[in-house]
Design a protein around this ligand. Structure first.
Ligand code: ZN
Length: 137
């Protein structure tokens, strides 16, 4: 998942967008008893600025499948997550660094997949879990 910044500048393409299919590494899933789908759809809309910083609107779309965290039934959920990022050719604490030539989106996409995951997966919004009997008096 690369954006060839120098090449795009030489072509005069200062804005544009790319679509990628990203096979999600298994260890990116942080929800117990769940898997992330085979691949994420990644969309990157970029804008290259005069100072060689590059704004990227990153959208990731993927599916979580597995067991409901409350009742253990099969469950799935589709996630759509957009983040607004800045890639800079000089390191700082707030933005993503790139070498001034090419942006590799992998780290940013992995981050987006990690932070967009819910803590738990539910089969339905109001799942009451295995012990749905009224225990609270
Ligand atoms: Zn459930």
């Amino acid at each position: 998942m690369k954006i060839e910044v120098k090449k795009l500048i030489s072509l005069g393409k200062y804005t544009g967008s790319f679509l990628f299919d990203y096979p999600i590494p298994e260890d990116l899933c942080v929800i117990p008893l769940c898997k992330l789908g085979n691949g994420a759809k990644v969309k990157a809309e970029y804008e290259i600025y005069d100072d060689d910083t590059v704004g990227v609107m990153l959208t990731v779309n993927y599916k979580i499948t597995g067991k409901c965290s409350y009742c253990l039934c099969d469950a799935e959920k589709e996630v759509n997550f957009t983040s607004d990022l800045l890639f800079v050719p000089e390191k700082d604490d707030e933005n993503y660094f790139y070498d001034g030539f090419n942006i590799d989106l992998k780290t940013a996409v992995d981050d987006a997949i990690l932070i967009s995951q819910p803590q738990i997966l539910l089969c339905k919004e109001d799942c009451e879990g295995i012990a749905a009997d009224k225990e609270n008096d």
